[in-house]
Design a protein around this ligand. Structure first.
Ligand code: NAD
Length: 256
């Protein structure tokens, strides 16, 4: 379905971003990876699917590096037809104890980076009259939790950004949408599980159960593979008139 197209997925060396990159690659899209950590393992996993794979190590908190990432995608792949703004970080603390530099980093990576990638990708998409921008928000783009003020602000912000750009592109072949995962067991959430196990003096499995029981009625983690397939749907022709939605996949979290 996506043969001949290129998907740029930010923060795709692990977790949800890697899951989305793999699903898009299974549809034949060439992939531009981004992120830190075990880049070689991520690249090998996507390459096994027989598509062309590039990588750029831009730090998504730095606009000049984002410029370089987008120039790389343009020069090496003819631009991003599918842009998945996924890179994101978390920090948990009450607002009066929230480190200022953590607030700035969360807003820069989770929200402002999507402004930069989108403004740079849109002219190419509009010229081809086809494009998909998919912003990985969160259930925290729809509802809040205590001790996550920066994350909740960034995710509500990206849902608003999604709607505004969807309106600006509404008469074009470019669609702009957000997906809102509930709990997904990635390194980002494993840190919160481990902290809970330690604070509450319980085994890690019990900490996972408590984490889910608090918010996610299905008592199941959403998986990167499921989010990858939702992304594939949003890239399909059937989704050509899906615009400006914030689509949750959260085991019923936001339905409560
Ligand atoms: P993760 O920690 O597994 O992956 C984050 C990715 O972002 C990694 O590839 C990492 O290298 C990259 N990254 C981090 N900082 C970066 C930076 N400055 N520049 C470039 N890349 C950077 O986390 P995840 O759980 O897969 O999260 C991915 C997205 O999904 C985030 O936007 C997160 O907010 C969102 N999300 C996660 C959950 C969940 O339960 N895990 C739920 C809702 C939304």
């Amino acid at each position: 379905m996506l043969k001949g197209k290129t998907a740029l997925v930010t923060g795709s060396t692990s977790g949800i971003g890697l899951g989305i990159a793999l699903s898009l690659a299974r549809q034949g899209a060439n992939i531009v990876l981004n992120g830190f950590g075990d880049v070689d393992a991520a690249r090998a996993e996507v390459t096994r699917l027989g598509v062309r794979v590039g990588y750029h190590g831009a730090d998504m908190s730095r606009p000049a590096e984002i410029d370089a990432l987008m120039a790389y995608a343009h020069n090496e792949f003819g631009g991003a037809d599918v842009l998945v703004n996924n890179a994101g970080i978390q920090h948990v603390a009450n607002v009066e104890d929230f480190p200022v530099e953590k607030w700035d980093a969360i807003i820069a990576i989770n929200l402002t980076s999507a402004f930069h990638t989108t403004r740079l990708a849109l002219p190419g998409m509009k010229a081809k009259n086809w494009g998909r921008v998919i912003n990985v928000a969160s259930t925290h783009g729809l509802v809040a939790s205590a001790q996550k003020s920066a994350y909740v602000a960034s995710k509500h912000g990206i849902v608003g950004f999604t709607k505004a750009v969807a309106l600006e592109t509404a008469t074009t072949g470019v669609t702009v949408n957000a997906i809102c995962p509930g709990w997904v067991l990635t390194p980002l959430v494993q840190k919160q599980v481990d902290a809970r196990a330690q604070n509450e003096g319980v085994p890690v499995d019990e900490a996972k159960r408590r984490l889910l029981a608090e918010k996610q009625p299905s008592l199941q983690f959403t998986t990167p593979e499921q989010l990858g397939e939702l992304t594939v749907f949003l890239c399909s022709d059937a989704a050509a008139n899906v615009r400006g939605v914030a689509w949750n996949m959260d085991g019923g979290w936001a339905a409560q």
